[in-house]
Ligand binder design. Structure first.
Ligand SMILES: Nc1ncnc2c1ncn2[C@@H]1O[C@H](COP(=O)(O)OP(=O)(O)OP(=O)(O)O)[C@@H](O)[C@H]1O
Ligand SMILES: [Mg+2]
Length: 337
């Protein structure tokens, strides 16, 4: 079965072709980073206009790269939420139009559920496992027992960790998007130089908090009261990053212990962070935990994960009605996730 995946939830226009749920035939991702950089963050109106300009050529390119035509496609999986509604409707409307014109069933995929299933394009994993989602808009731990069978164990009570990376990058004058830049300069810094508060680590629950940490970085920089030297900037980035990674690590261990599962999957853009990857690898060896993190291209937004997850719903005969709407947050949606 060939599935065309379409993803336009934020500032990446992406299309992919997946064969039989796991074989990646193409995965085209057009980033809008340059467009939003001057504003220091995603401008929703610009994002949706850019998706409109690119969607047709990106879908065409994904089919071309996969060496198949639309006639060969058996199902379309498209992100219907959560995300920026103005961006989501571009992909969703395009999927509906293709579905109507070519009589191909389509299915609306939850973006977070897709992130957590990206790993299945690279690895075969038996359920159940703990899923740690670390992205630009979310930081959550899930008990994952199958497709569509999830229990939320904990999540951030304020900022997402990706958001904290982006905001701290802004404080340090690194520009947008900041996560990757912090990762880069932190390699030259001393992670023990500054002891920032470890948010919610003492709390027994599985929730996170990153807003206080971001404020602590801001206060630290303001106290220095001058423009930062390269060494100071690198040390702040490294110390901040270490605090985030340590928090994610401790809470993940708590979740693994609570559920008595020996498997952990990490997903979302922050899973691309090199320090996070190294720290979790180390922990997995020490604690005998099976660890799964997708390759870098499958951590940030992409349509491959949408197609791979959508396959399971489409193959089960599920299809969305043309009345399906985009939704901004999971709680405001009809989604089961
Ligand atoms: N190497 C890295 N280190 C730290 N953070 C990173 C790295 N690469 C990307 N990020 C962060 O990942 C985030 C983007 O991830 P992703 O594309 O999954 O988020 P999103 O789609 O905007 O949010 P969501 O999936 O919650 O809707 C950004 O906050 C970015 O700074
Ligand atoms: Mg995402």
């Amino acid at each position: 079965m060939y599935v065309l995946g379409i993803e336009t939830s934020c500032d990446e226009t992406s299309a992919a072709v997946i064969k039989d749920g796991t074989q990646l035939l193409s995965n085209i991702v057009a980033s809008q980073d340059e467009l939003h950089e001057p504003y220091g963050g995603v401008v929703p109106e610009l994002a949706s206009r850019c998706h409109i300009e690119k969607i047709e050529s990106i879908v065409d390119l994904s089919l071309e790269k996969a060496s198949i035509s639309l006639e060969d496609i058996n199902g379309i999986a498209v992100t219907s939420g959560p995300g920026l509604v103005g961006s989501l409707v571009v992909g969703l409307s395009y999927a509906k139009a293709l579905s109507y014109a070519k009589k191909i069933p389509f299915y609306g995929v939850n973006h977070l559920e897709a992130h957590l299933h990206a790993i299945f394009l690279e690895k075969k994993i038996e359920y159940p496992f703990i899923g740690l989602l670390v992205s630009g808009g979310h930081t959550s731990l899930y008990d994952i027992r199958g497709v569509g069978n999830y229990t939320l164990l904990g999540s951030t009570v304020d900022d997402a960790c990706g958001e904290a990376f982006d905001k701290v990058a802004k404080i340090l004058g690194l520009g947008y998007p900041g996560g990757r830049k912090i990762d880069e300069i932190a390699k030259k810094g001393n992670a023990k130089a500054i002891l920032f508060p470890r948010p919610r680590l003492k709390e027994d629950d599985l929730n996170f908090s990153f807003s206080g940490l971001k404020t602590a970085v801001l206060n630290y920089c303001q106290k220095l009261g001058k423009s930062l030297s390269e060494v100071e900037r690198n040390d702040i980035a490294a110390s901040f990053q270490e605090t985030v990674v340590e928090t994610l690590l401790q809470k993940s261990l708590k979740a693994l212990e609570k559920m008595q599962y020996p498997k952990l999957v990490i997903a979302g853009g922050v899973a691309a962070n090199s320090r996070l990857r190294a720290a979790f690898q180390h922990m997995s060896k020490e604690k005998n935990i099976e660890l799964f993190i997708p390759s870098l291209k499958l951590c940030t937004d992409n349509a491959a994960m949408v197609g791979a997850l959508g396959y399971h719903y489409l193959v089960a005969g599920q299809k969305a009605p043309f009345s399906l709407n985009a939704y901004a947050t999971t709680s405001s949606s009809q989604a089961s996730f």
